[in-house]
Design a protein around this ligand. Sequence first.
Ligand SMILES: Nc1ncnc2c1ncn2[C@@H]1O[C@H](COP(=O)(O)OP(=O)(O)OP(=O)(O)O)[C@@H](O)[C@H]1O
Ligand SMILES: [Mg+2]
Length: 331
Amino acid sequence: MHLAIAGSIAADHLQTFAGRFSDSLVPDQLDKLSVSFLVQDLDIRRGGCAGNISFALANLGQRPTLVAAVGRDFAEQGYQAWLEKAGVDCSRIHVSPSLHTALCTITTDEAHAQIVTFYPGAMAEAGTIDVAALHAEAPVDLLLIGPDDPGAMLRHTQAAREIGLPFAADPSQQLAWADGDLIRQLIEGAAYLFTNDYEAALVEQKTGWSADEVKAAVGVQVITRGKDGVTVIDADGTRLEVSAIPDVVAVDPTGVGDSFRGGFLAGLAAGLDLETCAQIGSTIAASVVETTGTQEYTLDGEAFLARLAGAYGDAAAERVGGALMISDNLS
Ligand SMILES: Nc1ncnc2c1ncn2[C@@H]1O[C@H](COP(=O)(O)OP(=O)(O)OP(=O)(O)O)[C@@H](O)[C@H]1O
Ligand SMILES: [Mg+2]
């Protein structure tokens, strides 16, 4: 099964400020705001939803095609080599001649207040990627359309619908600002719809659709609920609840939803049933929530299957072990 993953590629710059931002703010002078914070450290991490999902898939033995727009720095600073080494096909990326890869800068103070800036950069050119041409040259079985430049998300979705290419809608954080009309266009006809539980409610509120109407607009609906697990509603409307991996010490939730998607899709690509797909997604997600960063985990095949067996039983682990090639990719 050839999976293509469209969405953002970004670098995350994480900085910490050993003080409180609020101590530097003068409430009645905010119209002249000018502040500078001396930060303690800088942690640069590879991120972006399409990068995270592709990385998870590659770790589970798939070779997904990344559909994303980046700057020249993507290759120069080693992010491309990192993904290729893991097993991601980066041959279809668009490299902007002038813009930098998207950059998310997050500065956190000692009270956990955050100042975040997001520079989309090359992501603005993601709409120039022609998924129909990609599909014509190397047929795609499922295209995931994740958070990205809004025009690109819409263009990829329309193209997929027109050529009958099955797609998975994963609008995630773009739901926060998107209006009901855009959301309807992004999800209608999707073979799969992925959201967390908050986003599922947001879809209903903004589209004006009931839960049943949302479900009727898509094939399979997957709603993740953090440590409370995941609900999968299949094409016939049958609900399936899969618990999360127990006793996980959550260190950093960033990217956990992306890795779940990667695990779920790896199961689909291997021809496994929806319940097993959700179990694979939950098992890889546990590794991500336990590590700082979104692509800093390593998977050991045996440990992965043992963990899956502990949560979901030996028969599930046997199914997964027989169907997936789990790599010790970075060891
Ligand atoms: N604390 C946790 N313990 C165990 N499993 C977790 C935990 N948090 C998340 N997971 C797993 O990851 C899946 C996705 O998590 P969640 O619903 O929080 O995604 P999300 O809200 O999209 O996260 P993000 O957008 O921050 O990546 C869950 O269904 C669950 O299997
Ligand atoms: Mg999410």
